[in-house]
Unconditional design. Structure first.
Length: 257
């Protein structure tokens, strides 16, 4: 894939120029790689954690509502963890839905600022709070932090996490002799020993972002940090409005007069 075959659109180029100006003005943000195909950034959060953001062009992907760029985020307790992408650098499943229609540079800029202000962002994103409070040695066990659950590497090698069990020869023979319409009827109860009258205990509520952050002693954000976060939220909303306006102008060429 030749980079010259994938020139940036004018909105993409402008947004990337803006991103570069932000990088040059802030010590907590730096480029690792920049091209028309892949952009990789390192971000230092105010919690002390580090983040690697990779934006990759998806021109080869064809599908309904396919985005031209995909964003992936990894996190580490130390900068070298994200630089070398070692075992202490799990994935963070962050989906910036509000910036979906923005040019790629604006998406990256908004995500960079949110991760730099990670203590504030974690108040509304529990998975980020879980990552911040997790000890470094525990991060080696994590494959990805998700909204629904934390996926561990051990789950990928343990069938019990996916509801699979080993059958004895007699149970496997009995299973294979079933009629197709009966093959999946009550299989959980038959092979996993689940009784009808057993009521599963209620699952403990997961700590919200603020509760998880209270487990460690983090300094409160300053007034300047809160003001900066609000400024970038307003900027994000402004760019979203511009993107939507450009989209509707393209749908209705008559408005160009």
């Amino acid at each position: 894939m030749n980079e010259d075959d994938y020139p940036l659109t004018l909105p993409e180029k402008r947004s990337m120029d803006l991103l570069t100006s932000i990088v040059e003005a802030n010590e907590w943000l730096e480029y690792k790689h920049r091209s028309n195909l892949i952009v990789t950034m390192f971000v230092q959060g105010q919690s002390g954690r580090w983040y690697a953001i990779e934006a990759k062009r998806n021109d080869a992907i064809i599908g309904f509502n396919a985005q031209p760029w995909s964003l992936n985020v990894r996190g580490g307790a130390r900068k070298r963890d994200v630089i070398y992408n070692n075992k202490y650098c799990p994935n963070l499943c962050l989906n910036p839905h509000r910036t979906a229609e923005m040019p790629v540079g604006d998406k990256i800029a908004a995500l960079c600022l949110s991760l730099h202000n990670d203590r504030i962002t974690a108040m509304s994103i529990p998975l980020l709070a879980q990552f911040i409070v997790a000890p470094r040695e525990h991060l080696a066990k994590v494959m990805v932090f998700q909204d629904e659950m934390v996926v561990l590497h051990s789950m990928m090698h343990d069938d019990e996490h996916f509801g699979m069990v080993d059958l004895t020869e007699e149970e496997e023979a009995a299973f294979n002799q079933q009629e197709p319409e009966d093959m999946y009827q009550d299989w959980e109860m038959h092979f996993m020993g689940i009784e009808d009258d057993i009521v599963a205990p209620p699952e403990p509520a997961e700590p919200r972002g603020s509760e998880a952050l209270s487990l460690i002693d983090l300094p409160a954000p300053t007034a300047e940090e809160i003001a900066e976060q609000r400024m970038w939220e307003e900027y994000e909303q402004h760019m979203h409005s511009l993107a939507m306006e450009a989209f509707w102008n393209q749908q209705d060429p008559g408005n160009e007069d």
